[in-house]
Design a protein around this ligand. Structure first.
Ligand code: GLU
Length: 414
């Protein structure tokens, strides 16, 4: 459970509603998820016993399009956390102008303790239980924490078998062999890099030679370390759940990836010194990228933060109080609902390609992703300047205004 993530979303939403002066009725609609489905997921374990897991799928808002958002497998989730993540998807898709609403799902489990066959049965039964909500024009899941293209393949197969036909448009983040798109795997990281470039340009900071610290070495943090290094940055600190490494001269991304492949962690990497993962936040650098879970940066961490710019690759990494501290300290934060939207943008491209029945090439996907991220960044930056507020407040204001426009146009039924 991430204490306060839902409260943090509500705080930002309430602030944005006041800032934009939207109709209180619209504000009230956005303060609650449209629907929260809680399901029991019984799974036959390899030893013959049955374990029952709890799962959720939440639609926060589907005014602008089908629900869109990932599915995560993690021991620390509940309906509130999934709702907070679903709401973030509503705002992300609005900021990027994608024709989707906001959804999210999850199963409370520790996937590191499950065998591959148990993971497959869990995925398929969970999919079966949330089936009434799913569909290409209703709700389109994608990968998130601890889920990947293999899990999406099982999900799509289960939906397809239920419908008696292949439904590639029912899920994104699929393997290439099943209608996935090129560029999905590193899409969130590419979007984060686009935001780093835009923010550094606006702040007149050079990319080349600047130092970066990255918390998390998973689906987003892993590829990001490569991208930052290729862009000319010095990645001085990296952490994961098992430890952290530091080298003021820069960690080599290739050697670090080799070490991670061999040992399953960045801890013990010989190309740097071991530091406490909490110390990563205090490391002196131009850039900090939290790329793990919500709530990573609290008030105390914010006071000690050593970076000038924070680009939130994770969802909800900064608590509300920490955000105030960073603001007071003049640290620029590119908020999650903008910074990590590269993933869902590329999911949109995958869904569009599946509907077209026509696969785009890598250049087209990369170019359209860059254009979408740059456009979203520009809109948020301009709004922040015009209102004289932080990028987070501006991003939420922009999202809420777009939601208000759509909700007003559709009207409240009946
Ligand atoms: N899980 C990603 C996110 O939090 C991607 C969601 C999607 O592609 O639908 O944005």
């Amino acid at each position: 459970m991430t204490a306060g993530h839902w409260d943090a979303v509500l705080t930002s939403l309430d602030d944005a509603a006041a800032l934009s002066g939207v109709d209180p009725a619209i504000h009230a609609v956005l303060r609650v998820p449209e629907r929260v489905l809680e399901v029991a997921v019984p799974v036959r374990m390899d030893d013959g016993s049955v374990e029952v897991f709890a799962g959720w799928r939440v639609h926060h808002n589907t005014t602008r399009g089908p629900g869109k958002g990932g599915i995560r497998f993690h021991p620390d989730i509940d309906a509130e956390e999934v709702s907070a993540l679903a709401a973030a998807m509503t705002f992300k898709t609005a900021i990027c102008g994608l024709p989707f609403g906001g959804a999210k799902g999850g199963v409370r489990c520790d996937p590191s303790k499950l065998s591959l066959t148990e993971l497959e049965r869990l995925t398929r039964r969970y999919t079966w239980e949330i089936l009434p909500l799913l569909g290409p024009d209703k709700d389109v899941p994608a990968p998130d924490v601890n889920t990947d293209d293999r899990v999406m393949a099982w999900l799509m197969d289960t939906v397809s078998l239920a419908h008696g036909q292949l439904v590639t448009t029912s899920v994104t983040g699929k393997p290439l062999a099943l209608g996935g798109t090129v560029g999905h795997a590193g899409a969130t990281s590419s979007g984060v890099l686009a935001c780093v470039r835009s923010a550094f340009t606006e702040l007149e900071l050079p990319i080349a030679g600047s130092r970066a610290a990255v918390q998390g070495f998973g689906k987003v943090g892993g590829p990001l370390v490569f991208l930052l290094q290729s862009a000319g940055m010095r990645v001085v600190a990296v952490s994961d759940v098992r430890g952290a490494v530091y080298n003021p001269g820069g960690l080599d991304a290739f050697d670090l990836a080799d070490h991670h492949r061999a040992t399953g962690t960045v801890a013990g990497f010989p190309g740097g010194e071991a530091i406490d993962p909490e110390e990563l936040f205090a490391v002196e650098a131009e850039l900090l990228v939290p790329a793990a879970l919500a709530g990573a940066i609290d008030e105390a961490t914010a006071e000690r933060l050593g970076a000038r710019v924070v680009v939130e690759a994770a969802n909800g990494p900064t608590t509300t109080r920490a955000d105030d501290v960073l603001g007071r300290r003049g640290i620029v934060v590119v908020p999650d609902i903008l910074a990590n939207a590269g993933g869902v943008t590329t999911s949109y491209f995958e869904w569009a390609q599946n509907r077209q029945g026509y696969a785009w090439d890598e250049e087209l996907v990369a170019e359209r992703l860059r254009r979408t991220m740059d456009g979203a960044f520009r809109s948020v930056w301009a709004r922040a300047e015009a209102l004289g507020v932080s990028l987070r407040r501006a991003a939420y204001a922009l999202a809420v205004e777009r939601m208000a426009e759509a909700i007003t146009a559709r009207g409240i039924f009946p």
